[in-house]
Design a protein around this ligand. Structure first.
Ligand SMILES: [Zn+2]
Ligand SMILES: [Zn+2]
Length: 123
């Protein structure tokens, strides 16, 4: 069992929906076991939410000609790669803005540091 799932159950008791009920992270940190960062949902909820918001890749990707920051998704700036994780197979082909990818990589390194600090239970 995943640590965050075990943490949820130890506080809130068994999950009524069994295996279909997921313990999800508000903080997007898969390893986080801080109970106040966790909430109950399902895979289906996740996908339906993103489709409704227009964020689901199959909706968003089809109509995107520019990234959210206005860089053209074409030519040298467009990077395509297939999603390898079986859990994320529904995402299919990913289209990535190279310029944003560069900027995100930098931002994520900083965010990761901040998250580690925010999620530590012992402190
Ligand atoms: Zn971009
Ligand atoms: Zn957290």
């Amino acid at each position: 069992m995943k640590a965050h799932r075990a943490a949820w159950i130890s506080v809130n008791g068994p999950l009524s929906g069994g295996r279909n009920t997921l313990v999800l992270h508000r903080c997007n940190n898969k390893r986080c076991v801080n109970i106040s960062h966790l909430y109950i949902g399902s895979d289906h909820d996740n996908v339906m939410d993103s489709i409704r918001d227009g964020k689901h890749p199959s909706v968003a990707v089809a109509r995107k000609t520019h990234c959210v920051h206005g860089h053209p998704l074409s030519g040298d700036n467009l990077h395509l790669y297939p999603s390898k994780s079986p859990k994320r197979r529904w995402r299919g082909m990913q289209r990535v803005c190279r310029e944003c990818h560069r900027q995100n990589a930098r931002r994520q390194r900083d965010a990761m540091k901040a998250r580690k600090a925010a999620c530590s239970v012992s402190s």
